[in-house]
Design a binder for this molecule. Structure first.
Ligand code: WQD
Length: 333
């Protein structure tokens, strides 16, 4: 029985593949390399010393996907195949809705056809919109998303809830990621955004390496301790381990639909991040204060208690680890 990872060559998928292989699980990756590279597969094997099956297909292509289900016995699916760039989603809403939502529907329909109903979905703290209260618990209101990327996460969560209501033999876990950063400590896999990065950590590492001149800090007049935006940054390896525990939970518990925040519970500001990065790596990160970025919120961090109590999951890596490992990956690549 294998675990299927659509998008398993991507940033979070590849780190989760490593953790699953380390736990002795059999995995199958499918990916169309739309935002990843074939070398990642070799690196996963290099890190773990383990082999796995791979199909170069688009997860939204029903015929090709069916082939995977026909040829293998798949017990669970962890879906990492989704477009994830907020700014791009505003420019390309049709592509985002098609790939993320239609793709996921094709996947769910195919799973149902082959009697595979265990599903873990990569959601995002973005579903909470502009939080009314922080830290955010899983019970906090969702909605008010400001871009198509966030909307796809929110709609897929609703699709999953409706799916479970219609048929309670499904076993579903929704993981709401906060701000994933960092890379595997080996420096072999990490995040590789195309073009100029939108997210803070990839931008910082490019400034530190001299590829970009300086960081623009988007706003220093927020209602936060130093005026800059506060987020819950979480190391991608901690996040990956959360998936392994979520899968164990689905294996152990009765069928259901479970939702967990995956964050550290600690909020750091943009300037905290810059200082930490400089301290952890000895590199300079020149910055200037720039206007606020449209759609940004002041603060967002998790109450991760539910994941601790029900999954036995806690984020162990520090901000220093996140900075060091992000830098190590860039240096090695
Ligand atoms: C963090 C902080 C910025 C860049 C987004 C998505 C979310 C998730 C992660 C992805 C904010 C500030 C940033 C820069 C800056 N999705 N910043 N200068 O916006 O919290 O979350 O990414 O796959 O769903 O919404 O993350 O890293 O873009 O920003 O000052 O050049 O850094 O204003 O306060 P965000 P981010």
């Amino acid at each position: 029985m294998a675990i299927l990872l659509p998008g398993g060559a991507g940033y979070i998928g590849s780190h989760t593949a490593v953790e699953l292989l380390k736990e002795g699980k059999e995995i199958i990756i499918i990916d169309n390399f739309s935002n990843s590279k074939p070398e990642v597969l070799k690196k996963i094997k290099q890190i773990t010393g383990k082999d796995f099956k791979f199909y170069e297909i688009d997860y939204s292509n029903k015929e090709e996907l069916e082939k995977v289900f026909k040829e293998n016995k798949i017990e669970a699916v962890l879906n990492f195949a989704g477009y994830k760039a907020v700014g791009e989603s505003v420019q390309k809403p049709i592509e985002y809705y098609t790939n993320n939502i239609s793709g996921c529907l094709v996947l769910l329909d195919t799973m149902r056809k082959y009697g595979c109903k265990k599903f873990i979905f990569s959601s995002s703290a973005t579903v909470y919109g502009d939080p009314e209260i922080i830290p955010l618990t899983e019970e906090c209101k969702t909605g008010g998303v400001t871009n198509p990327y966030g909307a796809t996460k929110l709609y897929i969560e609703q699709i999953l809830k409706d799916t479970y209501t219609s048929d309670n033999t499904w076993d579903i876990c929704i993981l709401r990621y906060f701000n994933p950063v960092g890379a595997h400590e080996s420096g072999l896999i990490g995040e590789e955004p195309q073009g100029i990065p939108n997210n803070l950590m990839p931008y910082i590492v490019r400034v530190a390496s001299g590829k970009l001149k300086e960081l623009s800090v988007f706003g220093n007049d927020y209602n936060t301790p130093d005026g800059t935006g506060v987020r819950d940054y979480i190391h991608v390896v901690d996040l990956a381990k959360g998936h392994v525990l979520a899968l164990e939970k689905l294996d152990k518990e009765e069928n259901g639909i479970y939702i967990y925040n995956l964050g550290t519970g600690i909020g750091y500001s943009v300037l905290d991040m810059v200082k930490s990065f400089e301290k952890a790596t000895g590199k300079n990160v020149p910055y200037k204060i720039a206007p606020r970025r449209a759609g940004d919120i002041a603060s967002c961090y998790a109450e991760p208690k539910k994941a601790k109590e029900e999954l036995g999951w806690v984020a162990k890596k520090t901000l220093e680890d996140m900075c060091k490992d992000s830098w190590n990956y860039i240096e090695k690549n």
